[in-house]
Design a protein around this ligand. Sequence first.
Ligand SMILES: Nc1ncnc2c1ncn2[C@@H]1O[C@H](COP(=O)(O)OP(=O)(O)OP(=O)(O)O)[C@@H](O)[C@H]1O
Ligand SMILES: [Mg+2]
Length: 584
Amino acid sequence: MPNKNTSTVFTYIKGYIEPFKLKVALAIISVFMSANAVLSGGYSLHLFVNEGMQQHSFYEIPLIWMSLSILFLALASFGRSYYASWIAIRVSHVLRQKLFEKMLHLDVNFFESANTSDLVKKLTENLSMLEHYLGKDVSVLLRNILLFCGSTTMMILSTPWLLAQTLLVVCVFIFPLIILARYIKKITTKSQEKKVALTHILDEVIHGIKTVQAFTKENFFITSFQKHNTQSFNAAEKYIFSKSIFAFIIIILTACFIAIIAYFGLQKINANELSHGQLVSFIYFSIVLAASLGSFPELVSKTKAINSVLVALKELEEQTSALAHPENIKNLPIKSRGIVAIHNVSFSYPTHSNHKVLENITLSLAPGEKLAIVGPSGAGKTTLFSILLRFYDPQAGTIHFEGVDLKDLSLTELRKSIAIVPQEPDLFFMSIYENIAYGNPDASESVIEEAIEMLKLNDVFNKLPHGRNTLVGNKGARLSTGQKQRISMARALIKQPRLLLLDEATSNLDALSEKVIQNALKQIMARCSSITIAHRLNTILSSDAIAVMENGAIRAIGTHADLVVKDDLYRKLVSLQFKNQKYG
Ligand SMILES: Nc1ncnc2c1ncn2[C@@H]1O[C@H](COP(=O)(O)OP(=O)(O)OP(=O)(O)O)[C@@H](O)[C@H]1O
Ligand SMILES: [Mg+2]
């Protein structure tokens, strides 16, 4: 993580706090009030001992003073806790929303390069840490600074010579604390690192549980989890031990400290140079000073940790999409049916920039035309769809949609006009019906019903416990892949797109379902242009044109009849398929 300047990151968070100036002012006033109440406790003790106990008179005054101080402290504590916590939860709420929105508009490459558990951590754990820091630690830090300064001032004003003797002891007092605080900071970082490793394993297991179980890798993951879990426990044990030692040392040092003050103070009382009240209040201020001083190492280390959290959040907020935003946005013509012109496009994935996945691709699609793409696995077919949806920009060549350069269109308008049925259907944790409606929030009920009818989805609904309202489970886990493909297709249809992209959309369907879908597709394809990637050639025989792709290039294009004559690879694919059908 880059070590950004502390003031820079705190200026960053200041921008989020500024809108709540009034509440910030009330929180600060409460902190001052609370510090003041603690400090006035020393004066109360002074009065209590000198006036109340020794002169046996005016004892009401110290008692009233003491009660008022406590009341004042209670009020201030309420204000400090309420206003600081309010600001904290509000800032984290605003920041969480903003970062989430920001993240959703970043380019696909960002997500492919980022570590997902790290991203999730930023929006959850890191924001919780910030919330805790702003809600509690900042006000405690400010209060303790005030208490430190206030108690020192009171001690200087009442008995400077006793303070001078005390300070010599304080120097001894601080030294071991600094060493221990540094050690605690080191093991805190270690303990957190161990927890991150655990999150990675959890993430992998939860997302790939079927693969883990199918390959009987349970023991492998259990051993790995146990190793990291034990390391995490050991680090945490060291942390709590040193924290407890820290508290122990502070108490011992405070006791020594008070004994020393009492020793010097009693000598002065016997010499009539100090009153009892002065000594008691001095001891009180010493305890306040020791307590505030003792809290600094932990608060400083928390401040440093928050600095790193803010650096990470700021980095995410400043992340920009690799896709340049058009300076002058052009709109799509109102009436058109999906004209596509791809010219000399070459592309490499940003993560593998020396491997050309697409090379000099030139393709065009007239309104309503049906183009099919075939080719071996890894040829670059899906990548071509990703380029059309502008998930990535090609390094060379141009793409026009409805006559407009993709780079001049807003991403929203482009993606609203194109529907894709992906190779691996992606369903969300909602009901089946919601998963379909998700395709287009503006779609009328009749459009959704038409898609359901076209794809005969009522047959799927009838087999489920709550029909169309059945929750599909995590990523659609409660449905078969073929069912997911049909839902994914209905989702695409209700977009009423200008261009339909089908990526192996019928690869997991049985013969009957495929027939239903082919009929549905026939009707839909009459309304828009389409590009179909298919391994099963019988699904694309009626296409207007078929492009054969190999190693990122288009090696031939034509109708089925043309290609059987002129392209070896296509002929091979056809003969293999024929063989499969014969024996399949
Ligand atoms: N996100 C990615 N980052 C880096 N390389 C990728 C990425 N996606 C695909 N590739 C690589 O790009 C090449 C083309 O992949 P693509 O998915 O386009 O092939 P495909 O023709 O659709 O194959 P299939 O028929 O198996 O679906 C492959 O070599 C693949 O490893
Ligand atoms: Mg593919």
